[in-house]
Design a protein around this ligand. Structure first.
Ligand code: EPZ
Length: 430
């Protein structure tokens, strides 16, 4: 199984670019099936989850073409199936996003009920309840969600919890409902705004994207549209933390610096010097060791849970003690045990991690368990003495395009190896 080998100790210097946002491109690709004309989506990152989504849309009957710049043409007119099978849904939970569009556009959807994952049980009850409020008949049969409605009808939906894909699923479904839908306690993430912008370009009538209250006035049909996916704020934050941990100085282009204010505030607290323009952001640590920070994750615009593992990694080598509290997912500290293998001093108390900064981490073979945990482990490898091997790197390929090339551009000594065993065998041979 492929792994990533990092030789720590280099301060990151230089410039690299940010790819399109995974958590925007997935709902946007799916939203194209609401239309009855082709769409063209640009700035698409080359990620496993994008490939999986394209496979899923292809299985539904859409036709897709990709050019060498990863622009994707999608023609939804050939859609003949409303079934998202288990073998695809089990590899990517975001497949649940086809539920709303299929019911809204084709009157029926059969989507495998997503199971849990490493970071939590990840229920979809709010997706289903919202669809019922829009008039769909929803049941779970043999592990599949079956949702049907000749035509959805607008409703006022108050979300019990802020859910990103729950908000996106219901917003998409409401675009073709009869009448007006109000979604209260809606997610405000930039990816929700990007999806709303694409839907409006297709002809949807949506007000309030980026606020807690969405108002969607249903229309009879949607067309196609051209849309460029917004930059990935989590990839941006990940590379900025890498520079802060290694005492480096980097610049990131094709970025959206105004989508991660809560992260930038915390980076400033560590002592980093930040600067930004319309589509770039830079961080200069001036060779200093970062100061420890306290973090509590929460829905946007507060500190994002997808940046928690990266800051946990940073606190392991920071000056002082930092407390990180995870309030969004119930099991998102799987990276802690792996960081302890490198010598980190972390104690878990409920949904909080108390991290005492140590002067040195020592490289060792460690195991990725989920997408953002694996990013945190790679960052720790950048500062650990000697070599760190991060196994099960397929997790990281789900959400980071060309991560070893980009970090390599910044001076990191990082390479993909066939397996941990092969890399270890190389050492004994040399
Ligand atoms: C989205 O997941 C992102 N994925 C996640 O990114 C991100 O961590 C998460 O939002 C929070 O920001 C995509 O956008 C594809 P939620 P989502 O529904 O929508 C509970 C990454 O690393 N909940 O906002 O699945 C849920 O259990 C991934 O890029 C219900 O109880 O997350 C969680 O505790 C990981 N019932 C909380 O809400 C529901 O019906 C927030 O989850 C839905 C959610």
């Amino acid at each position: 199984m492929a792994a990533i080998e990092i030789t720590g100790g280099t301060a990151l210097e230089g410039e690299t670019w940010i790819s399109g946002a995974k958590n925007a491109v997935l709902p946007i690709l799916v939203a194209s099936i609401l239309g009855d004309e082709p769409s063209r989506i640009g700035n698409v990152p080359h990620l496993r989850d994008v490939t999986t989504t394209m496979e899923l849309l292809g299985q539904l009957g859409a036709s897709l073409a990709v050019d060498e710049q990863m622009n994707i043409e999608i023609d939804p007119r050939g859609i003949h199936s409303c079934e998202a099978p288990y073998e695809l849904v089990k590899t990517m939970r975001a497949s649940i996003l086809v539920l709303g569009p299929l019911v809204a556009r084709h009157g029926r959807a059969v989507v495998s009920l997503p199971g849990g994952c490493a970071i939590g049980s990840r229920p979809v009850n709010l997706h289903l309840r919202g669809l019922e409020q829009l008039g769909a008949k929803v049941s779970v049969q043999n592990g599949n969600i079956v949702a049907e409605a000749p035509r959805l009808t607008g409703a006022r939906i108050v979300m019990d919890m802020v859910t990103v894909t729950g908000t996106e699923n219901l917003m998409m479904a409401a675009t073709l409902a009869k009448g007006t839908t109000i979604i209260e306690n809606a997610a405000q993430e930039p990816e929700v705004i990007d999806l709303a912008n694409y839907l409006k370009a297709m002809g949807a009538q949506i007000e309030g994207a980026g606020t807690h209250v969405l108002t969607i006035t249903g229309v009879e049909r949607l067309g196609g549209a051209e849309h460029r996916v917004l930059p990935d704020r989590i990839e941006t934050g990940t590379f900025l933390v890498a520079a802060a941990m290694t005492g480096g100085c980097i610049k990131l282009t094709n970025a959206a610096p105004h989508d991660l204010d809560a992260v930038l505030d915390k980076l400033s607290e560590t002592g980093a010097e930040l600067a930004s323009g319309a589509d770039w952001i830079s961080l200069d640590m001036k060779g200093q060791r970062p100061r420890a920070v306290d973090i509590t994750t929460s829905p946007y615009p507060a500190f994002p849970t997808d940046m928690q593992a990266q800051f946990t990694a940073m606190n392991t080598i920071a000056e002082g003690t930092g407390i990180i509290t995870e309030t969004v997912f119930e099991n998102r500290f799987m990276h802690v045990q792996e960081l302890q293998r490198l010598g980190a001093d972390i104690s878990l108390k409920g949904n909080s991690a108390v991290i005492r900064g140590v002067d040195v981490l020592h490289g060792a073979p460690i195991m990725a368990t989920d997408l953002r945990a694996s990013a945190g482990l790679v960052l720790a490898g950048l500062v650990a003495r000697g070599k760190t091997l991060v196994d099960r790197v397929y997790h990281i390929d789900r959400g980071y395009e060309l991560i070893e090339e980009k970090l390599g551009q910044l001076g990191a000594r990082i390479r993909r190896v066939e397996s941990v065993e092969a890399a270890l065998a190389e050492r004994t041979d040399s």
